[in-house]
Write a protein that binds this ligand. Structure first.
Ligand code: ADP
Length: 254
C-alpha cells in the first residue's frame, strides 16, 4: 500500500546565537507509523520536535504537517497534534477527572473522563491528584491527555524514562494500541530495545544531522552487512528476563 506522508521536514535549521543545533535536516513521517528520533543528548531532537509542535521558532527550512505549512497555519497544526505536557502543566489542586474536564473545555472537545481513564487503566485514580500517581501512571495519564483533542499525530518525549520493566512494557502496549486506532506516533527514546520493539522507522540524529533513517531491521542488517559482528551471546537469557521471570509482568505501582 502506498504510504501517505503526514510530516515533511525540509532543510530545517535552528541556530541559538552562533551555535547551530539543527543543521539542515530533512525527513518524512508516514501516516499511522511509529517514528522514532534517536540520538545522544544534545543532538537536536527536542529542538526539532518543538519546532514541528509549533512551540519553538525555526531559523530556516520548511515544515509541513498534514498538508499545512508551519509558516502559514501553525494554529491548524496545533489542532491536529497532541503533545505531552511537562508535569508542571497539571494544576496541582485538580484531580484526574477535573484535569480531563479542563482540557476537554480548553479544546472544546467533549470527552468522557471515565472512559478515557479506563482506556489507560487509571479508573481507580479518577479522584487522585497527578502528584499522587506512580511514575507509570503519570506517563499513562499524560499520554491519555494528548488524545483529548483527537489528534492525528502525538509526540512522546522519552515516555518510559525512569519506569520499571513492567511499567515500560505496559506503556509499549498502550502506545501500540493508540497507533492501532489510527494515530501517528513520533517518539524519542534513549532505549534502543524500545525503539527496536516499537518503531516502524527511526532516524538517528547526531550533532544536528540525521546520520541514518530506516526501519530498525534494515539499520541492523546494514550494520551486519558492513561486517559488524557482536560478541556471541552465550546465555539464553539476560538479567531483564530474570527480573521479569521472578517479579512477574503484572504492573506493580499501587
Ligand atoms: P536533544 O533533545 O537531542 O538532547 P536539544 O534539541 O535539547 O537536543 O539541544 C540541542 C543543542 O541545542 C544542545 O547543544 C543544547 O545545549 C542547545 N540548546 C537547546 N536549547 C537551547 C536554547 N534555548 N538556547 C541555547 N542553546 C540551546
Amino acid at each position: 500500500m502506498e504510504k501517505r506522508t503526514i510530516i515533511t521536514v525540509k532543510d530545517l535549521v535552528k541556530q541559538y546565537g552562533d551555535f547551530t543545533a539543527v543543521k539542515g535536516i530533512s525527513f518524512e513521517v508516514y501516516e499511522n507509523e511509529i517514528f522514532g528520533l534517536l540520538g545522544p543528548n544534545g543532538a537536536g531532537k527536542s529542538t526539532t520536535l518543538e519546532i514541528i509542535e509549533t512551540l519553538r521558532d525555526k531559523t530556516s527550512g520548511q515544515v509541513m504537517v498534514d498538508g499545512m505549512d508551519l509558516d502559514k497555519d501553525p494554529n491548524g497544526i496545533k489542532k491536529i497534534i497532541g503533545v505531552q505536557l511537562q508535569s508542571s502543566g497539571y494544576y496541582p489542586n485538580l484531580n484526574l477527572t477535573e484535569l480531563i474536564d479542563l482540557f476537554s473545555g480548553l479544546y472544546n472537545q467533549p470527552v468522557d473522563p471515565k472512559e478515557l481513564l479506563q482506556r489507560f487503566n487509571l479508573e481507580d485514580k479518577a479522584t487522585a491528584k497527578y502528584k499522587q500517581l506512580s511514575g507509570g501512571q503519570k506517563q499513562r495519564f499524560s499520554i491519555a491527555t494528548t488524545l483529548i483533542n483527537k489528534p492525528k499525530i502525538i509526540f512522546l518525549d522519552e515516555p518510559t524514562t525512569g519506569l520499571d520493566p513492567q511499567a515500560r512494557r505496559n506503556l509499549w502496549e498502550l502506545i501500540q494500541l493508540v497507533r492501532s486506532q489510527g494515530t501517528t506516533v513520533v517518539i524519542t527514546t534513549h532505549y534502543m530495545d524500545e525503539a527496536e520493539f516499537l518503531c516502524d522507522r527511526c532516524a538517528i540524529v547526531d550533532k544536528g544531522e540525521i546520520i541514518a533513517i530506516n526501519s530498525p531491521d534494515a539499520l541492523i542488517d546494514n550494520l551486519v552487512a558492513g561486517g559488524f559482528e557482536r560478541q556471541k551471546e552465550v546465555k539464553q537469557a539476560n538479567l531483564e528476563d530474570v527480573f521479569l521471570h521472578m517479579t512477574g509482568r503484572a504492573l506493580r505501582e499501587e
